[in-house]
Structure formats: structure tokens, C-alpha cells
Design a binder for this molecule. Structure first.
Ligand code: CP
Length: 302
């Protein structure tokens, strides 16, 4: 792996996270510059995206870099049978940095092992979404004034939600308490429960999305049921509308509570929440530009 690839949040220390959040904050104050002048960054998106690809591309443009890549794999030589390895090797010839989203878990790690330039994981299957986690941590720190000792409630698809998996690992440095709300079918995988046990992290699991859980939270992190990860769509149909956050449900919540969501949402947050000052998901997505500016500069050592 290239030394500076950004593949998993587990590769970052507490100090790395704090440093990157500080850098993102500097970019929020001064978003434009010439740090990437003369550099080319490739965005290889084998899965759909709105926020991640466009915020990475905005980040690159704002720093004077240029973007190549694709968002529709059907226009690439993958359709002729070209392997991921060959695609990544080729793009290494054209770009100084590769940002990749792929439907296979481990694809970004593999790409980082075969690429001649640093690789950033923009989401690999149900595994990890580390740049989302950095923007989530940035958003949590910005709204709470700290990362330490917070109660974070994660709701929805905890089985397939890669942002959930990454956030657990990212928050693990900061003494969190977690509540996990999901139907049994979408329970958090055992590997993450074992990880928290090994770190001594407190957590509780619920199937009911109750106001008691909301009222005891600092962060309410809603997630979409990941239709694209189900092998049997009948199973998806059973759980797709399992929880919906409505504005009335926030009436007894803490003043500092903020509602986050990696987006896109489907039915899990009612539109009547959008005007509540505790709704933070659109600002959260905007923070992605600054967090990704920090990640790009870190991977390129600039
Ligand atoms: N949060 C997120 O990854 O959104 P996109 O799928 O639109 O990139």
C-alpha cells in the first residue's frame, strides 16, 4: 500500500483524526487556493454517488487541481473485461491520486496495493466509508464542541451501513456510548460488537425507536436501508420503512442534539424535521468538502 493511502478509518490514530479535523477547519475558513495546481486527481466510481464524488471534485477544483475519471462504469473498458487491477494500474499513469468507490468490500485496499499513487476509499461495499467518517467527526466536533464522552444513537441499517461501521471505529478513540436501533435483520455485525467489547466501549441495542433513546442522545445518526446490498428484494421490502424520525419525536430531546444522516434519505427522516434547528444533515454534507480537502492534501503530503 502507498504510505499515504486513505483506505480505512482504522488506519488513523486519534492524533491523525484530530489533525485532519483541524486541517478541515482551516479549509472551511479559507476554502480556495492553489495547493493542487499542476495535479490531476482521478475519481473512479463503480457505484452511484452524488455527495461523495461531487464534494471530492469540488475540493479538488477549489484547490486548483484537475479531475479525470468516470461515474458510469458502462462507459469504461471494464465492460470489455478489464480487471480492477489493470484499470487502477492504468489510471496511476494519468493521475497523482485515485479516489475510488467500488461495490466489493476490500476493493479500495486492493487498489492501494496495486496503484503507484495514493488511493482514497470513497466507499467499498458494506465495509467502510472513511471520508464520510471524517466529515461526520468534523460535524460532531463542530456542533458539540468536542468528540469526547458523547452518546451517539445510530438508527436503521446497521448491518450494511458502511458509514455506521466506520463511525464506530472513528469514535472509538473518544470514549463514546452508543445506542444501536435496528430490526433484528439489520443488526450490527458481530465483528463490530466484538470490537467495542475489546475497547471497553459501552453500547446498548434496541429494536424499538423510542423517544427515551432519542432524549438521552447527543447525536442521532439516521441511516437509509441499503436496498442495493440485499440479495433478496423481498427481505428489503420487509424492513425498508422500519423507522421514520418525525419532528414531534424531537420535542423532548437535549438542546445540543443534532440529527445527522450520511444521505441520501428515503423515508427515514420526515420532511417536517428539515426546518428543526437540530437537523444538521445538509450542513453535514457541506462539511464534506472541507474534510475531503484535508484528506486529499494529507494523502499527497501537501
Ligand atoms: N453519503 C454518501 O456517500 O452519499 P453519496 O452516495 O451520494 O456519495
Amino acid at each position: 500500500m502507498k504510505k499515504n493511502s486513505f483506505v480505512s478509518i482504522a488506519d488513523l490514530s486519534r492524533g491523525d483524526i484530530i489533525r485532519l479535523i483541524g486541517r478541515a477547519s482551516e479549509f472551511e475558513m479559507n476554502p480556495c487556493g492553489t495547493l493542487l495546481e499542476g495535479r490531476v486527481c482521478a475519481t473512479l466510481f463503480f457505484e452511484p454517488s452524488t455527495r461523495t464524488r461531487l464534494s471530492f471534485e469540488t475540493a479538488i477544483n477549489r484547490m486548483g487541481g484537475r479531475v479525470i475519471g468516470f461515474s458510469d462504469v458502462s462507459t469504461t473498458s471494464s465492460t470489455k473485461g478489464e480487471t480492477l487491477k489493470d484499470t487502477v494500474k492504468m489510471v496511476s499513469n494519468y493521475a497523482d491520486l485515485i479516489i475510488i468507490r467500488h461495490y466489493l468490500e476490500g476493493a479500495a485496499r486492493y487498489a492501494s496495493e496495486v496503484a503507484d499513487v495514493p488511493v482514497v476509499n470513497a466507499g467499498d461495499g458494506a465495509n467502510q466509508h472513511p471520508s464520510q467518517t471524517l466529515l461526520d467527526l468534523y460535524s460532531i466536533n463542530k456542533t458539540q464542541g468536542r468528540l469526547e464522552d458523547l452518546t451517539v444513537t445510530l438508527v436503521g441499517d446497521l448491518k450494511y451501513g458502511r458509514t455506521v461501521h466506520s463511525l464506530i471505529v472513528g469514535m472509538s478513540h473518544f470514549h463514546p456510548a452508543f445506542n444501536f436501533v435496528s430490526p433484528g435483520e439489520l443488526r450490527l455485525p458481530g465483528i463490530y460488537r466484538q470490537f467495542m467489547d475489546s475497547c471497553g466501549i459501552r453500547y446498548a441495542e434496541f429494536t424499538e425507536f423510542s423517544e427515551d433513546v432519542i432524549n438521552g442522545s447527543d447525536i442521532l445518526y439516521m441511516t437509509r436501508v441499503q436496498r442495493e446490498r440485499f440479495s433478496d428484494l423481498m427481505d428489503y421490502e420487509k424492513v425498508k420503512n422500519v423507522y421514520t424520525l418525525r419532528n414531534i419525536m424531537l420535542s423532548g430531546s437535549r438542546d445540543n442534539l443534532r440529527v445527522l444522516h450520511p444521505l441520501p434519505r428515503v423515508s427515514e427522516i420526515s420532511y417536517d424535521v428539515d426546518d428543526n434547528p437540530k437537523a444538521y444533515y445538509f450542513e453535514q454534507a457541506k462539511n464534506g468538502i472541507y474534510a475531503r480537502q484535508a484528506i486529499i492534501c494529507d494523502t499527497l503530503s501537501i
